[in-house]
Design a protein around this ligand. Structure first.
Ligand code: B16
Ligand code: MG
Length: 217
């Protein structure tokens, strides 16, 4: 039996949220807006455009379109300077254990991320060849909780949505998986991700026996 295993990137495979935080904080502070870690939490899984819209609204600021585009480019350049220094040591605990088992069992694997930098990050941490398909922020027009990103991944893997399993750290992502009719596995806080079919703090809690069950279900 083949299942489609779809992984979100930020917060599931690597913790790039800390770099998004540093880059957004610098940008927000530069234009006179406060930016806290709590606010950063609300940007998880949210697209770059939507993130900047939220930051501006928190600061009660409106800016013209060309300045908006400039600020987004500035934030991304700053973010990319952190990404440039990434390597395999930044892969979250036991992610390779899970990927290696799925590969051994010949299970199709895809990325399903909102980030436009996803391919670059997968290359930096040397995981790109583990993925049979990559769907990222460049490939979709509708953001999570819309199921588009995961439905595209299922199509590329040639697996029906009901036979796909999604690993996600954001509520919007879990909702996107549920909206796609897929099995949703939340990675993180049980209270935040309670809409998921299963929730684990991280991959160290996910056993090979559980993965085997998912494949055989
Ligand atoms: P970029 P994910 C998301 O990645 C991040 O969680 C979110 O904070 C970020 O704004 C978004 O990607 C867009 O990222 O600016 O690199 O295109 O969790 O969907 O893998
Ligand atoms: Mg995420």
């Amino acid at each position: 039996m083949k299942k489609g295993f779809i992984f979100d990137l930020d917060g599931v495979i690597v913790d790039t949220a800390k770099y998004h935080f540093l880059a957004w904080k610098k940008l927000a502070n530069d234009i006179g807006i406060d930016f806290t870690e709590t606010q950063n939490e609300q940007l998880k899984g949210v697209s770059r455009v939507k993130s900047l819209e939220k930051i501006l609204s928190w600061g009660n600021k409106t800016i013209p379109e060309d300045e908006f585009m400039e600020l987004m480019a500035k934030k991304n350049n700053d973010y990319l300077s952190y990404i440039a220094k990434m390597d395999e040591s930044e892969i979250l605990p036991d992610v390779p254990k899970v990927l290696n088992y799925l590969k051994k069992e010949d299970q199709p694997i895809s990325l399903g991320s909102a980030s436009k930098n996803a391919r670059q990050i997968l290359k930096k941490v040397n995981l790109i060849s583990d993925f049979n398909a990559v769907v990222d922020g460049n490939d979709v027009s509708k953001a999570k909780p819309d199921p588009e990103v995961f439905l595209n991944a299922a199509k590329l893997l040639e697996i029906t949505p009901e036979n796909c399993i999604v690993f996600e750290d954001s509520l919007a992502g879990v909702q996107a998986a549920n909206n796609a009719n897929m099995i949703s596995i939340g990675i993180g806080d049980k209270d935040v991700l309670k809409e998921a079919d299963y929730v684990f703090s991280d991959f160290t809690e996910i056993s090979i026996a559980f993965l085997k069950e998912l494949i055989e279900k």
